[in-house]
Every structure is written in structure tokens, then in C-alpha cells.
Design a protein around this ligand. Sequence first.
Ligand code: FMN
Length: 175
Amino acid sequence: MNNVLVIVYSYTGTSRRVAQVLCSQQGWPLAEITDARRRSGAMGSWRCVLDSLLQRQPAIRYDGPPPSDFDAVVLVSPIWMMRLAGPMRSFVARQRDRLPDVAVLSVMGGQGAPNAAAEIGKRLARAPILSAAVTQREADDGSCAARLQAFGNAVREAEDSHAVVRPVTLSPQST
Ligand SMILES: Cc1cc2nc3c(=O)[nH]c(=O)nc-3n(C[C@H](O)[C@H](O)[C@H](O)COP(=O)(O)O)c2cc1C
């Protein structure tokens, strides 16, 4: 089964690099969510903080293929203030009824990934088929590659088997 779309939001580029590695390992296409209003400098970072603390849904752009054309999507996003990054929250809320099976891959300094997966599950009223996280350090030094491979393989197997899908967490080194 190869009908999987990876959808990424990235503020400083790490999640994008992680998503690109996953796509190149599995041969999956990549689509990107971007901010409708550019984030830059201290004000941009402050807006990230407020988006998370207030659980806001900032305006976004998405020009990728319709998620409903795929059997599964992998949502890749950073953690902000222990929560899902605001633009991914906007995407999930907007696409809620068009999303097929969802796997969640969080990119973080070290803490908060379970909250992001739980929020996505709550917004969709169904649990992600898989969730995993990598740290910024693991992305920077490349040591997350084996876990990304295992995560991608697990998504593939979950879709292939089409058994009762259960949430599975592949833990990072630090959570
Ligand atoms: C405003 C803000 C808040 C953050 N809060 C957290 C946090 O609560 N926990 C964490 O592990 N990392 C946190 N981080 C770190 C990012 O999740 C991490 O650097 C990630 O790799 C960034 O991904 P990106 O480069 O794709 O934007 C935060 C970063 C920003 C900008």
C-alpha cells in the first residue's frame, strides 16, 4: 500500500526536513501547510506562543492534493508550548471531514508530543493510527532516520493489514 500523503507544517525548517526524509524513505508525496500571515522575528515567535496558549487556529494556506484522495495521511508538525503547533490545529479543524486514517509525527525540543496526538484524536473524534516523535537534536544529527523508517513501515503495515487499527506510540529518546 503506497497511497499515503505526508503533510507538514514547519516554522524553522526542522519538521520539513524530517518529513522529507520520511518521504524519501517510503516514496510518499509531500504537501505543505504554510502561514497565511508571515511569522518572523520576535513577534512571529510570540504569535506561536499565543497560538498555543490560547489554542488559536491561525489562518493557513494549503495547496496540496485533497487528503481524501489518499488512504492515510501522516501529519508532521512541531510542538509549541507543549501543544500542537497552531497552523496544524487549523488544518485538522478545516479538513476534519476529509481526512482518511491519520498518523501523527511530532518534532520537538523534548516534551509535549503526546498532547499533540491527543488533540488531533479529540478533534477528529478518532485516535491516530500511529503517533511518534523525534527531537530537534535527533533531526539535526540524523539519528532519527532508523525510527522514521520504522514509523513509515508501521504506517504501511497498518494500512496493508486493515485490521482493527490501534493507536501505537513509537517513543523518542526523550519525551
Ligand atoms: C514558540 C515555540 C514553543 C516551543 N515549545 C516547545 C515545547 O513546549 N516543547 C518542546 O519540546 N519543544 C518546543 N519548541 C521547540 C520546537 O518544537 C522544535 O524546535 C521543533 O524542532 C521546531 O520545528 P520546526 O523547525 O519545524 O518549526 C518550541 C518552539 C517554539 C518556536
